[in-house]
Design a protein around this ligand. Structure first.
Ligand SMILES: Cc1ncc(COP(=O)(O)O)c(C=O)c1O
Length: 432
């Protein structure tokens, strides 16, 4: 038996389901990938098999695994004792760097995960406005806390009945949600006409990467901005995944639309657990101790993660960083689409910056979650299994369409190596 499969059996005796996070089971493999080590754009499993990594820690390791700059910063923090639950000069230095980089940020707070960041951001918006309702978009993902764990019973509808996406979610919380499809200006107007004065906030993925890669129509995102402002509701961009993905200022800089509050996660910590929420100074003053909205945590802004984030964000700000990301993206996504065409497989890769989606069998536009449901998920699972067999790792999270991505450690040569393997994988798909 392979060591990976053996590990799954052994791990399952003490780790629930053999994993530390439910979505770590790759649905295309039927088990998790247990890795031994990682370097740059590659990971090695317990059997010593190498893979070019197109998961990249679900987007956290944008610089690649074991980046030397991040590692030096981490070692520096460890050498100084890594005392957590205290403030240091570096905390404020990182905060200032982020405020200088991301348009809506004048003040920030640090948390450990994207889930905590959206939870605190929503609480803050409710504290500021004294309202409870939240406008959100079908399929947009905002983490695992109870308030955002509801999905529509019927897709494409205006404010449909919602059901919890997990057992154990507090019943009744859906009364605070108004959910509509993404990229639908008519329903957006309707939502503000009906519920505007009750809305504490509207929250969205400004680039909808959790459905692969959906870029909002300019009219949709500008109407969202205008109508939130007019309604006195705060606009929250959940940039846990989109931050630093296509430019240092994130999706808000790319789209030219500034929200009131935003969250940053994943890549901000350079592969270490750090997330951020923040916005204008007068909004963030509502947090204790100045205001009366609570946000605290023993491990908030752990010095190792803060040091790693400092090194990572400084790197994202270097002038050559995004030209490199864009060149790699064009080569990889263009090459993958070329393989689909060559083999007559109805696949489509679409990306922005360092993250992309792959869709199978969809003709017509892909503008919202309902559109992604027309995608041939079984074909996707076969593609991922074939890619992994060839030595390119994609993760399947279990949803309709997933996000994939590459890291800055990728070079034109490693892209070509990945494309050669992916060409064989697509060839297998064509023959199956
Ligand atoms: C847009 C978005 N928000 C929130 C989260 C939750 O982040 P975390 O997994 O760090 O809790 C994710 C995670 O994928 C995400 O993509």
């Amino acid at each position: 038996m392979s060591r990976v499969l053996d590990q799954y059996k052994r791990a399952s005796k003490s780790l629930a389901g053999g994993v530390s996070s439910s979505t770590r089971v790759n649905q295309a493999l039927g088990h998790p990938l247990y890795i031994d080590r990682a370097e740059g754009c590659r990971v090695w499993d317990l059997d010593g098999r190498p893979y070019l990594d197109l998961c990249c820690s679900h987007g956290a390791t944008l610089l690649g695994h074991g980046d030397a700059r991040v590692r030096r910063a981490v070692e520096g923090a460890l050498a100084r004792g890594a005392a957590c639950s205290y403030e240091s000069e570096l905390h404020a230095e990182l905060a200032a760097l982020l405020c200088d980089t991301v348009p809506c940020l004048e003040r920030v707070r640090f948390t450990g995960s994207g889930t905590e960041a959206t939870m605190h951001c929503i609480r803050l918006a409710r504290a500021i406005t004294g309202r409870t309702k939240l406008l959100r978009f079908e399929g947009n993902f905002h983490g695992y806390h109870d308030q955002v764990m509801f999905g529509a019973q019927e897709l494409g509808k205006f404010a449909p009945p919602l059901s919890p996406q997990s057992t154990g979610v507090t019943p009744g919380l859906e009364q605070h949600l108004v959910q509509i499809p993404y990229n639908n200006v008519e329903m957006l107007d309707q939502a503000f006409d009906r519920h505007g004065p009750e809305l504490a906030a509207a929250i969205c993925e400004p680039i909808y990467y959790n459905a692969g890669c959906i870029i909002p129509d300019p009219e949709f995102i500008s109407t969202l901005r205008t109508r939130s402002r007019e309604a006195g509701a705060l606009l929250i961009f959940d940039e846990v995944l989109s931050a630093f993905r296509m430019c240092a200022g994130g999706a808000q800089r790319y789209l030219g639309v500034t929200p009131d509050l935003c969250t940053l996660g994943k890549s901000v910590g350079g592969g270490y657990p750090l997330s951020v929420f923040g916005g204008r100074a007068e909004l963030m003053e509502h947090l204790m101790p100045q205001g009366d909205c609570q946000h605290s945590g023993t491990y908030n802004a752990h010095p190792v993660a803060v040091a790693a984030a400092m090194a990572a964000v400084q790197t994202y700000r270097e002038p050559e960083f995004y030209p490199h990301i864009n060149a790699i993206g064009e080569r990889l996504i263009g090459g993958l689409n070329g393989a689909f065409q060559r083999h007559g497989v109805p696949g489509l890769a679409r990306g922005l910056g360092a993250r992309f989606g792959v869709y199978f069998g969809i003709s017509g536009p892909i503008r919202n979650y309902a559109d992604t449901q027309r995608h041939d998920r079984q074909q996707m699972l076969r593609f991922i299994a074939a890619a992994i067999a060839e030595g390119v790792y994609f993760h399947d999270y279990g949803g309709a369409a997933c996000h994939h991505g590459f890291c800055a450690a990728m070079t034109p040569d490693s892209v070509d190596e990945a494309l050669e393997k992916l060409d064989s994988a697509v060839g297998r798909l064509a023959r199956s």
